[in-house]
Design a protein around this ligand. Sequence first.
Ligand SMILES: [Zn+2]
Length: 483
Amino acid sequence: MQALMRTILAPAALAALLPLAAIAAAAAPSPGDAAHDTLAHDIFKQLIEIDTSDSTGNVTTAAEALAQRFRAAGFPPGDLALLGPNDRKKNLVVRLHGAGGHKPVLLIGHLDVVEARREDWTTDPYKLIEKDGYYYGRGTIDMKDGDAVMAAALIRLKQQGFRPSRDIIAAFTADEEGGCCNGVSWLLKNHRDLIDAEFVLNQDDWSVMSEHGVPRVARLIATEKLYADYQLIVTNKGGHSSVPRPDNAIYELARGLTRLARFQFPFELNAVNRGYYEQMANEVARGQEAADMHAILRDPPDAQAIARLSRDPDNLSVTRTTCVATRLAGGHANNALPQRAEALVNCRIFPGHSKEEIRQLLVKVINDPQVTVRYVADDGSVSDRATDERAVDPAPLRPDVMQALTALSKSAWPQARVIPFLDPGASDAKYTNAAGLPTYTFGGVAVDRDEVRAHGRDERVAVAEFYKWNRFFYRYLSELTAH
Ligand SMILES: [Zn+2]
């Protein structure tokens, strides 16, 4: 922890920290916990059993069910807003008023889930089934667990008459997983005033990584890479395949892809992945791996250490931009020279670089004027030039968030270290971060690294982890809004 704090936290901010022991004491069980667990379970079950997938489901139904619960718990109608671009994609925004000492905190959680087909699953994906110490169902880990935990915490705080130091706003939203109408983006564009905040807590993660059941790392996602698709295209006049020529759309594309496969984007460190490796090197890693982690932090970084560490895809993905071919198509007949060959290349861009900058770099790497590199927007439209959109550089880590997480984690997962993390993937935090609302993503359930079933079949969360997260989140939120 010390190494990280030295790097990222300003001394003045450190001075404002509360004693960790005070928060740790608050983690002890309290009389309301059992009823709070029951409430979270009931909301969780209700949400799982409403299909909110884009193709067959309806997010509005889930948003309305939550609104009903908030009304029943005493939230006045004026503090609830159910709104969205169409009848199936309504988002729910709830506000718990505080003393107004600071700008609000915004909690975000997406209500939609990835499609799940009954025939692929052992259980009914739209029923909450408890089996062998796990809850099964679509959304049990991504992320109706987080939605239930957010809603239960707000209801408990309301019923206790808790007056936070700042307003707590929660947005339960549509289409994080895909679909027409991303709720966070839509709210920022159309109702910024409703969700404007000093910072954002996003619950869309399973942040506690275990190895063989032992939690090792609790990652706080403080920045994300930027998603971008590119199309590589070669066209050719074609002809009869009995008379081959040296120019061939498929071969030219293949050679370009091979050059891309051999290319590695430059190694990069920012405040977040630097903090991550400092802490990993000092507290988690051992032997050669720890030595390599120390070596990449030197100035200049050690090239051999970078090469060794980068053999692990998890390290590779958090220290540079990556681009990888994900789809391929070409030719139109078995007996014809191909008139067209194309590939889709998916990039995950390191914070600070723009989509167009990466497109131009791809052109250089592929180094063949026959291969055109075009940008594919989220709606599928293709253009010669990419946008200048870039993943924003991370905001400084908030001492209050780090401190509360660290103290509560100590009692929840004593063997795990809280470590800031650069997410190679992307979540709704990309919209809030881009809008200038610094976002910290943490989902307090422990999962074995190779056991994550989000988006997959038989998605599940450990029953004990669900309730641990429930109590954790309530305390986390109370602590962060107490002062
Ligand atoms: Zn998610």
